[in-house]
Design a protein around this ligand. Structure first.
Ligand code: PBG
Length: 341
């Protein structure tokens, strides 16, 4: 026996200590009973990349374990996800270069990749919720979420007009929820009005309300080949230094008709999630973005961290901060682990 284990306190006397928080941590049962936050598969929205072609997957190099799927294989992935209990997916298309132009016309092609994907998923797996992104960057030769002028300005109102057409086209194809991620002013109200005008009262809006100009989106832009060709997104996405601006954006989007709002990214913005939750009464989503995924995957691959444990702890932290829903590329992996618990 080492001298440490024979240690008997002589300097301090705790015999009158009444409050001993460790009583509630003594074993698994008591810990489960007093657990304040539970992560479940109902919390997850699974973002998926779809590309043209057949019977092919391409792993995203900066996102190991994440793939672009051709539509046939995407259906398989969606089915497996639904069987694991995942209730919603968020779809992102990879647009062939020759279909891109300066105003994102392909975004409202009734036979475009995203429209075909929505129809095919609705037919095969009708109960899974489909959330589709509204923004021009996957369709725009400039790689920006809005229309870019010759001098590099991002036009707001002209862009909103295109976004409205995109939303109507996705609604027509059968999407459940549209998710404007472009950060243009006034787009939530314009989209709501257009959807209602066309009889799509049932189509919801998940607004990317507090979306920051973040370096954490790098791997996503690799996945979709959608990085801006010039400049950055700072004239529309928010300054990472700002909190009150996030509350303002959230307030505006709710007033314009957003059913749910989002904070993005998640991890470096847990304080924002917390404050947004405290200041609103609609469901709050948080996007555990590509760079956050890549960091955990990379350190896990190197053997520097226990990937599964760090992943679950990370997702739990986002929930604890106040997120009701978490968009995460880990959705399937996490659902599998939660099922084993
Ligand atoms: C684009 C869009 C982006 C993401 C979702 N929609 C990237 C961007 O704004 O440049 C990022 C998702 C991620 O990094 O996982 N409208």
């Amino acid at each position: 026996m080492s001298s440490e284990t024979n240690f008997s306190p002589t300097q301090i006397n705790l015999s009158n200590l009444r409050v001993r928080p460790r009583r509630l941590r003594r074993n698994n049962s008591i810990r489960s009973m007093v657990q304040e936050t539970q992560l479940t598969v109902n919390d997850f929205i699974y973002p998926l990349f779809v590309m043209e072609g057949e019977n092919k997957t391409v792993e995203v190099s900066s996102m190991p374990g994440s793939y672009r799927f051709t539509l046939d294989l995407l259906l398989k992935e969606v089915k497996e996800s639904y069987e694991l209990g995942i209730k919603a997916i968020a779809l992102f298309p990879l647009t062939p270069e020759d279909l891109k132009d300066s105003i994102g016309t392909e975004s409202y092609n009734p036979d475009g990749l995203i429209q075909r994907s929505i129809r095919a998923i609705k037919k095969e797996i009708p109960d899974i919720l489909i959330i589709t992104d509204i923004a021009l960057d996957p369709y725009n030769i400039d790689g920006h979420d809005g229309i870019v002028t010759e001098t590099g300005e991002i036009l707001n109102d002209e862009t909103v007009e295109q976004l409205v057409k995109q939303a109507l086209s996705q609604a027509e194809a059968g999407t459940d929820i549209v998710a404007p991620s472009d950060m243009m002013d006034g787009r939530i109200g314009a989209i709501r009005q257009a959807l209602d005008g066309a009889g799509y009262h049932h189509v919801g809006i998940l607004a990317y309300s507090a979306k920051y100009a973040s370096a954490y989106y790098g791997p996503f832009r690799d996945a979709l080949d959608s990085a801006p060709k010039a400049g950055d997104k700072k004239t529309y996405q928010m300054d990472p230094a700002n909190t009150r601006e996030a509350l303002k954006e959230v307030e505006l989007d709710i007033a314009e008709g957003a059913d749910m709002i989002m904070v993005k990214p998640a991890l470096a913005y847990l304080d924002i999630i917390h404050q947004v939750k405290a200041n609103t009464n609609v469901p709050v989503a948080a996007y555990n973005v590509s760079g956050e995924y890549a960091m955990i995957k990379a350190a896990g691959k190197l053997g520097w961290i226990d990937e599964n444990k760090v992943m679950l702890e990370t997702l739990l932290s986002i929930k604890r901060a106040g997120a009701d829903l978490i968009l995460t590329y880990f959705a399937k992996q996490a659902a599998q682990l939660l099922q084993q618990k």
